[in-house]
Write a protein that binds this ligand. Structure first.
Ligand SMILES: C[S@@+](CC[C@H](N)C(=O)[O-])C[C@H]1O[C@@H](n2cnc3c(N)ncnc32)[C@H](O)[C@@H]1O
Length: 353
């Protein structure tokens, strides 16, 4: 699908989320309580033009510099602007003039609503496949977010390569998008409604993992997911039997990440010091780390906590001096499986990757 068809869809066809024909570009579920008062301060027009499919508000945002790919009318930009505070900054990029016009028009409103002396956001017109064309310093962002946009991109690998280049070492891409259970036939991507509704441009989930790793993001971690029900019989019939879901992934830019989860006998203890997460820190959907509890981790998880903005919130036990093999539970294809020497005992939680 061409960029101009998507621009028409988001700039003219849709005037607000009520015009959507499916529930793909919608965010379901209960909003976390700490986000409710922030969203309550956003401008109605910005809220009405929200087309995201997930929550892109990771922990520890104070003072961060964030880039939003395909920011639309700016709902997430402004919510994140409140969370990073006056010492942080949020930059939005979008290719649709009508969306950017709404976003820019409410800049002063939000600075005032948050009590900031000046706006901490800026918006750039551009294509996320060509981030190099924008005046953005390489390695200058702590976090890159995106909400229901990668599926619309014509060159998804270029988007991820560009994002990797713009992230600082130790930074992360934290984003929600739509994924298919198989490769979507090219003919369906020619259907403007199916494509505009974020369905027929969706990546097959396993291709996404391959592309992310090739872009330099080792060991992608899924944070949450929910099946998409579409809720439009005509469009459901067109895509059947393909199944879709929306998922949030975090991709860390960490040079030391290994292809598999290796065991160095390390562990971490969460101090419970992150605001809004006093009892447990959720790194991903299978690493929910309770405060005060010794939690065994593989080398990759260690780096995601020790070499990122999360480091001050953890105590770290061990180092990389001794390697004990594959992390318990992760060695499904190990040639040592079934041999007499027993595998190490699997800690609670099973495989870490
Ligand atoms: C589904 S909407 C999501 C908008 C916003 N993230 C939100 O949650 O409301 C998709 C947005 O991505 C933008 N977009 C799609 N493809 C793009 C591309 N290749 N480059 C830049 N922006 C793009 C569209 O203009 C539109 O505003």
């Amino acid at each position: 699908m061409k960029h101009d068809a998507v621009q028409t869809y988001y700039g003219e066809t849709l005037q607000g989320s009520a015009d959507l024909q499916t529930n793909a570009c919608c965010t379901a579920g209960e909003m976390p309580s700490h986000l409710k008062p922030i969203l309550a301060r956003l401008h109605d027009e910005v809220l009405a033009r929200y087309y995201g499919c997930g929550l892109i508000a990771p922990a520890a945002l104070k003072g961060m510099r964030i880039l939003d790919l395909g920011c639309g009318a700016g709902r997430d930009v402004y919510a994140l602007a409140a969370m990073v505070g006056e010492t942080g900054a949020v930059v939005g990029v979008d290719m649709t003039p009508a969306q950017l016009e709404v976003a820019r028009r409410h800049q002063a409103f939000h600075a005032e609503a948050f009590g900031f002396s000046k706006s901490n956001v800026e918006f750039h017109a551009g294509f996320i496949e060509r981030l190099d064309d924008l005046e953005l310093e390489p390695a200058s962002f702590d976090i890159i977010v995106s909400n229901c946009v990668l599926n619309l991109a014509t060159d998804k690998a270029a988007v991820l390569r560009g994002a990797h280049r713009l992230l600082k070492e130790g930074g992360e891409m934290y984003f929600s998008d739509v994924y298919a259970d198989r490769r979507v036939p090219a003919a369906l991507a020619e259907d403007e409604v199916l494509y505009g509704e974020c369905l027929s441009g969706a990546l097959y989930w396993n291709d996404f993992l391959t592309i992310a790793k090739a872009a330099g993001f080792g060991d992608p971690r899924r944070v949450e997911q929910r099946p998409l029900t579409i809720e439009n019989p005509e469009l459901e019939a067109k895509v059947a039997p393909i199944r879709f879901l929306s998922a949030t992934y975090r991709l860390f830019k960490l040079a030391g990440l290994e292809p598999a989860c290796e065991d160095y006998g390390q562990a971490v203890v969460y101090k419970g010091t992150l605001p809004d997460a006093p009892h447990a820190f959720a790194l991903d959907d299978h690493h929910v780390i309770e405060s005060g509890r010794v939690f065994p981790v593989c080398g990759n998880t260690w780096r995601m906590l020790a070499e990122t903005r999360f480091a001050p919130h953890f105590d770290f036990i061990g180092d990389f001096s001794t390697h004990y093999g594959i992390f318990a539970g992760c060695g499904g294809d190990s040639p040592f499986n079934g041999l007499e020497t027993p595998e190490p005992v699997t800690p609670a939680g099973g495989c870490c990757c």
